[in-house]
Design a protein around this ligand. Sequence first.
Ligand SMILES: Cc1cc2nc3c(=O)[nH]c(=O)nc-3n(C[C@H](O)[C@H](O)[C@H](O)COP(=O)(O)OP(=O)(O)OC[C@H]3O[C@@H](n4cnc5c(N)ncnc54)[C@H](O)[C@@H]3O)c2cc1C
Length: 388
Amino acid sequence: MNELPETTDVLIVGAGPTGLALAAVLCDAGVDCCVVDAVAEGGNYSRAVGTLPRTLEMLQQLKVAERMVEASNHAQRIRIFSGDRDRNIATLHLRRLDTEFPFAVLQPQHATEEILLTRLGELGGVVHRPLRVTALRQSNHEVVVTVADAGGDERTVRAKYVVGADGTRSDVRKMIGVEFAGETFRQRFLLGDLELRDGSPADEIQLFFSRAGGVIMGHMPGKLHRVCISVDEVPAKLTAGTAEALLRERAPARKHIEVRQVVTDSHTRVHHRVAARFRLGRVFLAGDAAHVNSPIIGQGMNLGIQDGITLGNELVRTLRTGADTLDAYERIRRPIALDAVGITQRINDAGTQRSSLRSAVRDLVLPLSVIPRVNRAMITRLSRLVDR
Ligand SMILES: Cc1cc2nc3c(=O)[nH]c(=O)nc-3n(C[C@H](O)[C@H](O)[C@H](O)COP(=O)(O)OP(=O)(O)OC[C@H]3O[C@@H](n4cnc5c(N)ncnc54)[C@H](O)[C@@H]3O)c2cc1C
């Protein structure tokens, strides 16, 4: 186990996809950095399933895009069904996108994290765990961070810069007193790895929009589907029977989904929030620490990896030249986060719309996506190629 250094150029708090991508960029450029994470092991329950074209393009810098592509299923289209009207109301085609990666990679988040962690190791980086950041104070020239191990023993690390990549409940964000404006909704998403009959094909992501609630479903490599189902109340236990009843209520009637097995399940509240600032002095926020949204169109992990790579490049430039160009990070990434959170909120509202009038309008408007220009504009925005 590598010793935690007493000083470093960049201290990264959190070894989720955001922190790992950022650390890999810094190690690749030879920047002295250090990653700490509060938990003893990376999570083995999974959250995100889709890596989008823009994220894959950015991951090329780290030479891991090919590994992601090899290990996964590839969704070439997103098909949206109205459960209320029993029909396919839109099909958004990723394969028409002008990119080297005209598809979304489908694999569990822990597999994506494993690829990033392996790459970080190849570049000489390590994650120090379990070490929780408990306090932080910054001056004009450094940040002094206190970390505690599992037994409560504390040490300090002095860093030129600190990045809070420590997730939705970010301690770093609270320590620097940045507001996390937005809303938390009553609605929850159930998330399960399920073995299904008549689920989505391996080359497609399917969404069901209905007055009962929304569903997003993707086929991971192997037998399992990752399924997210919006609900008002979380069932005491997600059995195969409960999951099947919830899916059938939301799916078009002609789909006869059968749930053979629930392998894992969890649930999450829906939040739509963006931090008021992504930088305060020498401290930065990235990934879920900076923005959070509904899992309905799978933006969260993608935005986080992109934040990590963008911030990493800005830190490398600043540390090499001595000229502080780091305000560019917030200038570039905060508007993207606001746009992604806004569009996710609209899709979440549309997908779970209770009003029969509004759901009827949705089912009339979305079919306009057959117009090639509309289709392309929608998928370019959802895949975030719009941000190039
Ligand atoms: C149910 C669900 C489904 C989702 N589905 C999708 C999807 O389909 N597509 C998608 O793109 N996204 C999805 N997401 C979102 C995605 O999982 C997150 O956006 C992503 O994990 C964010 O990565 P992160 O590295 O910013 O934060 P995290 O993955 O949360 O990692 C933060 C890390 O910081 C560590 N940490 C926390 N506090 C401290 C501290 N004080 N000191 C040290 N370490 C600390 C934690 O241990 C953790 O390892 C989903 C999320 C949920 C909950």
